[in-house]
Design a protein around this ligand. Structure first.
Ligand SMILES: *Cc1c(COP(=O)(O)O)cnc(C)c1O
Length: 496
């Protein structure tokens, strides 16, 4: 049976391949499946499968207009030796929780889980829909998406990719990873603004009909690799199913036993995937949404009021420094009883007032979620304590999740087995990690810290970090927020 994707703001439905190509719906809404499919393979069977096999069983339920051959080909091109762990997403038990390591791909952050397959889903979708325009991927990044998207799209025929990042809002390793990106179809721009400025600028370009017409005349069409694309969301559901099956396989839990999931959250994509997994029938109890000091989601879950009118704080977990969590719109739509008018009104209020409030009835629908946040001091303490107690080293994003999980268990006494999404390698944030362990490391330079971390954690320096030690800088463009469109036009050679 084919699954249709509707817009959260009421526009016409499309099939999966079209939703992947378009990214955002014409009315500015996000595509959502008209129903969430149920898992149709028993967990006992999933427990014996490889990551790639589980990926097929999950994704086939969502991407119903892909043939078996097309989907399997996308999966095998994505989840191969680019990952340095055979399990693709291995799990490590430490201090009472299971850390699901989602950082074994090309850029050592969890974005690789989806972005290594998205280019293949997109070029397959283009072929299926007889698209002859060159696809231009326009992306705003808070640090990790940009690099992971470029690594996925670099030199993929029929595509170009432009990445905007906040010039002073990413870690040195993140920036070096981006500005050294290879591939003649890649373009990186540092903007004088924060991530929300970058994301708002990108959204404006997507909604600009005149710009779209100009692109069309020159043989281009925009698409999005941001986490609003269902081609990002669907591959993220896979690892929750895989993790649960792995726990059953390893006899850590009984089949059917419920588990909690903790997700360090920014744009609400990763945790939304866990919510979809739960709605497919996976025995997940609470979805624990962990924020850093930009705790707009914590406030939302505790008050029902979403308010981005506040100071934007730069933290040691920059990929979560976000005040507009785009994917939350999909949850708002769901808890409104799938009412596009209600959702559109709230999103309109977010655009014009920077805030909105949900009704009591909608608030009741949020009981699957628990929200909390960790301060910078609590995050550093978490890294320090986990290392001291167990020898396991986690990055600041994962530490936010671990610290929130501690608050959750202290508040609820819930002893259910719990999976913590570990979203970045500590090597990507070596300075924050090492100084959390011991302030004395503050004197070392970034690569000394990386070598020291390798010794301390007893883990080899990942290839992704080794590469940038010596790689030449290829991208030096910077611009103001209001120049983003001109920069895009210039690079594509569009004059009118
Ligand atoms: C993107 C990112 C997050 C946040 O994920 P969302 O899907 O945006 O909520 C957390 N940690 C890391 C390391 C990331 O790169």
């Amino acid at each position: 049976m084919s699954l249709i994707y509707k817009s959260t703001r009421g526009g016409e439905g499309v099939c999966a391949s079209m939703a992947i190509l378009k990214g955002l719906a014409d009315d500015g809404g996000l595509y959502v499946p008209e129903r969430i499919p149920a898992l149709d393979v028993p967990v006992e069977a999933l427990a014996e499968m490889t990551y790639q096999e589980v990926a097929y069983e999950v994704m086939k339920l969502y991407l119903t207009d892909f043939t078996e051959e097309e989907l399997k080909s996308c999966i095998s091109k994505a989840y191969d030796s680019k990952f340095d762990a055979q399990e693709i997403a291995p799990m490590v038990y430490a201090d009472g929780a299971y850390y699901l390591e989602l950082f074994h791909g090309a850029t050592i952050a969890f974005k690789d889980m989806a972005l290594s397959i998205l280019p293949h889903l997109m070029t397959t979708s283009a072929k299926k829909n007889h698209v002859d325009h060159e696809i231009v991927i326009l992306t705003a990044t808070s640090g990790d998406t940009g690099k992971a998207a470029m690594a996925g799209f670099a030199d993929v025929e029929g595509t170009r990719i432009i990445v905007f990042y906040p010039k002073d809002g990413v870690s040195p390793v993140q920036e070096k990873q981006m500005v050294t990106q290879k591939g003649s179809n890649t373009f990186v721009v540092g903007i004088h603004g924060n991530f929300d400025d970058a994301q708002t600028g990108v959204k404006r370009m997507f909604n600009d009909k005149e710009l779209a017409a100009g692109l069309d005349r020159h043989g281009f069409q925009f698409s999005s690799a941001n986490s609003i694309n269902i081609g990002r969301l669907v591959p993220q559901i896979v690892y929750y199913v895989y993790a649960y099956a792995m726990l059953v396989h390893n006899e850590e839990i009984k089949n059917g036993e419920t588990v909690n999931v903790v997700v360090p959250t920014g744009n609400f994509g990763n945790i939304l995937a866990a919510y979809y997994a739960k709605n497919m029938g996976l025995p997940i109890d609470r979805l624990i949404c962990a924020s850093n000091e930009n705790k707009v989601l914590y406030d939302f879950f505790s008050t029902g009021s979403y308010d981005k009118n506040r100071e934007f704080i730069l933290t040691s977990s920059p990929s979560m420094d976000i005040l507009i969590s785009s994917n939350l719109e999909r949850l708002i739509y769901k808890i409104s009883g799938e009412d596009p008018q209600v959702n559109a009104r709230l999103m309109q209020s977010l655009t014009s007032e920077g805030r909105y409030e949900i009704t009591e009835a909608m608030k009741k629908e949020l009981s699957d979620f628990y929200g909390n946040y960790a301060s910078e001091a609590e995050t550093a303490q978490m890294i320090h304590d986990l290392y001291t107690d167990t020898g396991y080293v986690i990055d600041p994003h994962t530490a936010v999740a671990a610290a929130v999980y501690k608050k959750y268990t202290a508040e609820t006494n819930d002893t259910k087995k719990t999976i913590i999404a570990s979203t970045a390698s500590p090597f990507k944030f070596a300075r924050s990690v090492m100084t959390a362990i011991d302030e004395a490391y503050g004197n070392m330079d970034d690569f000394e810290l990386i070598d020291e971390l390798s010794k301390l954690a007893n883990v080899a320096v990942p290839a992704a970090v080794e590469e940038i030690r010596t790689a030449p800088v290829r991208h030096t463009t910077q611009c103001d927020v209001d120049e983003m469109e001109n920069v895009v036009k210039q690079w594509l050679g569009i004059k009118d």
